[in-house]
Each structure stands twice: as structure tokens, then as C-alpha cells.
Design a protein around this ligand. Structure first.
Ligand code: PMP
Length: 397
């Protein structure tokens, strides 16, 4: 393809996405990503951030980050295995292991890159991976990178998983077989059926891998989905992110010491990409200390989530079957969904539309992410706007 053909290809495809209402518009924030945000000079109630516990703007984390910058500077200066491991990186990993009740943990620069790192460090072309069809994009990419055979099972369908696990094991074709699932599915807020997954894994000798990006800080008094089900000793890989409830940036794997030692010598982002900055590390340590000491923020998150859900349901919106604070408001049609989200925005509520290809066609939704930092007054403001726009567009009566 020549440069001219590339230009034409991009132009036509971008136009096509815009016509179909599938083009992402990015609105830069003029403020911190707190419960209220400033965009284009206007203040909006923010219902789109993953900052579940409000820690992204917490003074205690800011102070820890500033102190770390003063001590260590702004950058770690090298990859972990050269001389980019500061003592605080090790402290963070110890804290993460304690938090997740595992022998050890390893930190990465993001949750996305953690999945790319961990799956491909352990699985290869002689292996198979059973992957929930709704798993996050970073899991899908990590699976592809490993070159293992990918066997998708229907979303949270334990009959399908069992059938496919049995087929894979009976075929005798694979060396290792792994089952991978999100702990909490980020588009619908449903929780993976981990007790059944563990049973199937035991029956067919599968490696277990749970990406708990949206469960950590939220379920199990904050320790996550695995703790929620009391399965800490049954899951080989517990993946988490430092970018959502923890409020900073980064990702991690918690598990047995041998696994973590292996990842430290074999996972490519650990070996070849500069480590987390001192500020990220110090702020994350502080966040984990806060979560380990008290469940207050976690309780406030749930109170707010239940309040918002009850309010939206009472107004007559379809909020799906979420079991977590993630609160979809399902509209259906893509163009209608985007229009609904823009009208909410004009009226002072930032709740982003999520449409195909992130979710299946015809299931467009505005996704609400309440946090511990919202006040009842902010949530009431948002509900009043939902009522106004919902009635105006004929979505509710
Ligand atoms: N896994 C899951 C399940 C996620 O939802 C996300 C974030 N969208 C990630 C991984 C990536 O995490 P991060 O933003 O830290 O890269």
C-alpha cells in the first residue's frame, strides 16, 4: 500500500466510523479526574472514571508521591533488571503480596502490559488457553502473543468451559492448559464464577488466571474477587491494576514465589521497559496501606453505587444485571446511545457511551462508574439530569 493509498484508506474508514456513531471523541480534562471534572470550561458530575475509591486525588497519596519525587526524582532511569529497581519497587511488591495473601508479587508499568507480559512468559505454542469470550483486550492480546491455541468459551458458561476443557485435555495435543477470566467484567459489572472455574480447573488440571482489574478495591472488602470467594490458594495468577481503585498507574501479578521469580527473568516488559516511576510506586504503596487499614472507602463506594443504581432503576432505566458498582444504562442503538451521552454531557453529567466493538452491536450503553468520592448531592444532580434527558429522548416515561 502506497502512502497515498494509506491516506485514502484512513480517510474512508474514519468517515465510516463517524457515520455509524462508532468514532470515539476524546474530551481533555482541565481538572483532576475527581467526582467533579472540568471540560471545556464547564463543571460536570464525573461518572466515567475507574477511580473507584477516589484515591487518584487523595492528599495522602499526593504527599507520598511528592516525597518520592524529592528523594528519587521523576524517572526510574532504567529497566528493572539493569538498575531501575528502587527499594520502593520491592516494598510495593511485598505490600501487594500481603494485600493479595500470596507468597510474592511483581509490578508492571500498566495492567495492559502485565497481561501481555505474564501470559506470554508462561504459555507457548504447545499450550492451550481457555478464555472467556468477554475477556479484556489485553488478555486477548497477551494470549495471541503467547502463540498458544486460544479456545474461547461462552461468557461465564460453565457447561461450555467444562466441555472445552475436557476436549482440550482428552485431545492430548497440549502441554499446559490455562483458563483465563476477568474477575469482574467491565462492561456489565458481572462477577466471574470462580468457584466453578476452580472446580473445572482441578478436574482437568488447568492453570488458573484471574484478571481482577475491576474487582480489586471493590470486592472482598477491597482485596478482590478471589478473596470474595475465599479462593486465594486456588488461583495461580492474580492480576491487578494500580490504575483503578488504587488510583495511580501500573499492573501486577500476585502468586507463588516461583511464578514471580520466573516472571522476573522471563517477562519481556519487566526486562525491556523502564520501571514504574518513583511517584507511581510511592502513591501505590500508600493506597495499599490505606486499603489494608480500613474498609471505609470500600463501604462508601458500595453505598454510592447502591444509591445510584436504585435511583436509575426507579426512573425506569435498564441497568442490566451488574453485581458490582459498574452501572450500565443500556440504550441499545449505537447512534441513540451516543446522543444520550452527549445530552447528559450538555446537562452536566459526564457518562461516556460504550458501543460496538467494545460491546456487541445493539447493546450500546452509557456506563456509570460511581465512586467513594461522590456525595449524595452529586449523585442526585446526576439522577435529575438522567430523568430530564431520558424523558426528552423517550427512553423512560
Ligand atoms: N484488564 C482489565 C480487565 C481492564 O479492565 C483493564 C483496564 N481497562 C486492564 C486490564 C488494563 O489496565 P491498565 O489500564 O492498568 O493498563
Amino acid at each position: 500500500m502506497s502512502s497515498k493509498q494509506l491516506g485514502q484508506f484512513l480517510n474512508e474508514n474514519l468517515e465510516d466510523l463517524k457515520v455509524k456513531g462508532l468514532y470515539n471523541v476524546i474530551d481533555p480534562l482541565q481538572s483532576a479526574n475527581g467526582p467533579l471534572i472540568q471540560i471545556n470550561g464547564r463543571e460536570l458530575v464525573n461518572l466515567s472514571s475507574n477511580n473507584y475509591l477516589g484515591l487518584a486525588t487523595d492528599d495522602r497519596l499526593k504527599k507520598a508521591a511528592i516525597e518520592a519525587v524529592n528523594t528519587y526524582g521523576v524517572g526510574a532511569g532504567a529497566v528493572r533488571t539493569i538498575n531501575g529497581t528502587l527499594e520502593i519497587h520491592l516494598e510495593l511488591e511485598e505490600k501487594l503480596a500481603q494485600f493479595k495473601k500470596t507468597e510474592a508479587a511483581i509490578a508492571y508499568q500498566s495492567g495492559f502490559n502485565c497481561n501481555m507480559a505474564a501470559i506470554s512468559a508462561v504459555m507457548d505454542k504447545n499450550d492451550a488457553i481457555l478464555s472467556d469470550e468477554l475477556n479484556h483486550a489485553s488478555i486477548i492480546d497477551g494470549c495471541r502473543l503467547s502463540r498458544a491455541t486460544i479456545i474461547r468459551f461462552n461468557h461465564s458458561d460453565m457447561v461450555d468451559l467444562r466441555t472445552k476443557a475436557k476436549e482440550a485435555r482428552d485431545s492430548g495435543k497440549y502441554n499446559k492448559i490455562m483458563v483465563i477470566t476477568d474477575g469482574v467484567f467491565s462492561m456489565d459489572g458481572d462477577i466471574a464464577k470462580l468457584p466453578e472455574i476452580v472446580e473445572i480447573a482441578e478436574e482437568f488440571d488447568l492453570i488458573t488466571y484471574v484478571d481482577d482489574a475491576h474487582g480489586s478495591g471493590v470486592l472482598g472488602d477491597g482485596a478482590g474477587t478471589v478473596k470474595h470467594f475465599g479462593l486465594s490458594d486456588k488461583i495461580d495468577f492474580q492480576i491487578g491494576t494500580l490504575s483503578k481503585a488504587i488510583g495511580v498507574v501500573g499492573g501486577y501479578v500476585a502468586g507463588k514465589r516461583d511464578l514471580i521469580d520466573w516472571l522476573k527473568v522471563r517477562s519481556r516488559p519487566f526486562l525491556f521497559s523502564t520501571s514504574l516511576t518513583p511517584a507511581d510506586v510511592a502513591a501505590s504503596i500508600k493506597a495499599i496501606e490505606i486499603l489494608s487499614e480500613s474498609t471505609e472507602l470500600n463501604q462508601r463506594l458500595w453505598e454510592n453505587a447502591n444509591y445510584l443504581k436504585a435511583g436509575l432503576e426507579k426512573l425506569g432505566f435498564d441497568i442490566g444485571d451488574s453485581e458490582t458498582p459498574i452501572t450500565p444504562c443500556i440504550i441499545g442503538d449505537e447512534v441513540q446511545t451516543q446522543k444520550f451521552s452527549s445530552r447528559l454531557n450538555e446537562e452536566g453529567v459526564y457518562a461516556k457511551s460504550i458501543v460496538f466493538p467494545t460491546v456487541p452491536r445493539g447493546t450500546g450503553r452509557v456506563r456509570n462508574m460511581p465512586s467513594a468520592a461522590h456525595t449524595k448531592e452529586m449523585l442526585d444532580r446526576a439522577l435529575a439530569v438522567y430523568e430530564k434527558v431520558g424523558k426528552e429522548m423517550g427512553i423512560i416515561q
